[in-house]
Design a protein around this ligand. Structure first.
Ligand code: SDX
Length: 424
């Protein structure tokens, strides 16, 4: 199959077809307007391929997610965040030397410029940490000027991954009025982040290996998800040749929305609301099915997954294990499980292929780790950062890269002459 035929106004147009390595078929319409004068129309890009990519493969019907060909289920149990970040950015699993070098570089770039601390001081108390993180990511370009030199871009990739977790922990400490805890070179990535989040100067803080393992898993599960809203935003901004930091700052903003990464915070708030309302699941299920309510079952549904989100499946079992090992119970987990059970049997949800997504259980795990709700989406960003970088790098390394500029179908007023204000 190397072409598709399209008939329009009595003309037949032959369009090239591209087939991916997993036999996905794309009709190349890039030259269609030049020959037909027509554009294609796909609000929300629900069925439009924006690029060819070798980073992540998703099969929504079969619940498949692979980073550079490796199944998420294997990486989740066998890898760690540093190794999977290397894989997603550079395309191959690192050997021991490459792993050690990457880890060493990330460890020795965790400090932020002391002047950045003043930026934190100017935020009002209660500023949402995603507002802080998007501007801090972009502000890194003020300290590390952009360059087309590949070595500088590579160093900025390291700086960004290393400093993003410091910025996230500092944003949290600033929000609760505690002193910043500086990164430590003797701790691995996840342990160092937990230490910066929860240590206080007055007493030693020992990072729990259980929480370190749980955080590594959460970060791996969030690393990339092909052309989702925030990754597409990073590509869109980067396509203008805006620098890496500015492109990532834009991605943080896109992720913040409750329909995207902000859903993990919205899920916890929803579960709390149901609990406060006496656990009346059916009331909220009925609201979710009633369009006029404006209420959606947060953490349910997905543009691509129409069977199950493999990340949600992994998290659902992990949450129970972690709570059990911590000797904790969480009534919100029971509410989540009951909601899921009811939804999976309800015609409205079954008919629309609405299943729990990655955000449905992740918040319960963050909460068990002591992470506050308004930091949940920052945690999503911490995990997604290497994926955003990989998408940005793949786009910038593409010799055929063009600035992203979609078309539209105009539906406004036709041509009309200006009328003086006195005559209106
Ligand atoms: C993420 O793209 C990615 O890969 C994202 C992500 C990633 O890793 O980057 O996976 C992370 O963002 C996960 C999604 C987190 N968001 C939520 O949990 C918010 C709640 N879910 C949704 O609002 C919704 O399901 C979306 C945004 C996730 C998907 O929206 P779509 O694909 O545009 O689907 P839609 O809005 O067109 O819904 C189709 C139908 C509609 O009903 P009908 O008009 O057909 O009658 O399903 C209904 C919707 O009303 N619907 C829901 C629902 N989600 C969809 N009804 C109730 N509750 C819901 N959660």
């Amino acid at each position: 199959m190397d072409s598709a035929k399209l008939e329009l106004n009595g003309e037949t147009y032959e369009l090239p077809v591209i087939v991916g390595s997993e036999n996905e078929v794309g009709i190349d319409i890039s030259k269609f307007r030049a020959s037909s004068g027509a554009v294609t129309f796909d609000p929300g890009y629900g069925n439009t391929g924006s690029c060819q990519s070798s980073i992540t493969f998703i099969n929504g019907e079969k619940g498949i997610l692979r980073y550079r060909g490796y199944p998420i289920e294997q990486l989740a149990t066998k890898s760690d965040f540093i190794e999977t970040s290397y894989l997603i950015i550079y395309g191959e699993l690192p050997n021991q030397q490459q792993y050690d070098d990457f880890k060493h570089r990330l460890t020795y770039h965790t400090l932020i410029h002391e002047d950045m601390k003043r930026l934190f001081e100017n935020y009002p108390k209660g500023a949402h940490p995603m507002a802080v993180m998007s501007s801090m990511a972009t502000s890194l370009s003020a300290f590390y000027p952009e360059s087309d030199d590949p070595e500088v871009i590579e160093l900025n990739i390291i700086r960004l991954i290393a400093k993003f977790k410091t910025l996230a922990a500092f944003a949290y400490k600033k929000a609760i009025g505690q002193p910043y805890i500086y990164p430590r070179n003797d701790l691995d990535y996840a342990a160092d982040f937990l230490h910066m989040m929860f240590a206080v100067p007055s007493e030693p803080y020992k990072v729990s290996p259980l929480l370190e393992r749980a955080l590594n898993l959460l970060l791996i599960l969030h690393i990339d998800h092909e052309q989702n809203c925030s990754a597409s935003t990073v590509r869109m901004v980067g396509s203008s040749q805006a620098n890496l930091f500015a492109s990532i700052g834009a991605g943080v903003c896109a992720l913040w929305g409750p329909l995207h990464g902000g859903a993990n915070q919205a899920v916890l708030e929803m579960l709390e609301m149901i609990r406060a309302d006496g656990g009346d699941y059916q009331k909220y299920m009925d609201m979710a099915k009633d369009k006029s309510s404006g209420f959606r079952l947060m953490g349910f549904g997905h543009r691509v997954y129409k069977n199950f989100d493999p990340r949600a499946e992994i998290l659902k079992s992990t949450v129970a294990e972690v709570l059990d090992e911590m000797g904790k119970t969480d009534p919100l987990l029971d509410i989540a499980r009951n909601l899921e059970k009811i939804a999976l049997e309800d015609e409205y949800f079954v008919q629309r292929n609405l299943y729990p997504n990655v955000d449905f259980y992740s918040g319960i795990l963050y909460r068990a780790m002591g992470i506050p709700v308004d930091m949940f989406t920052v945690m999503f960003a911490l995990g997604r950062l290497p994926g955003w970088i990989a998408q940005w790098k793949e786009m910038r390394d593409d010799p055929k890269m063009r600035i992203n500029r979609p078309r539209q179908i105009y539906t406004g007023a036709n041509a009309r002459d200006y009328v003086a204000r006195d005559d209106r």
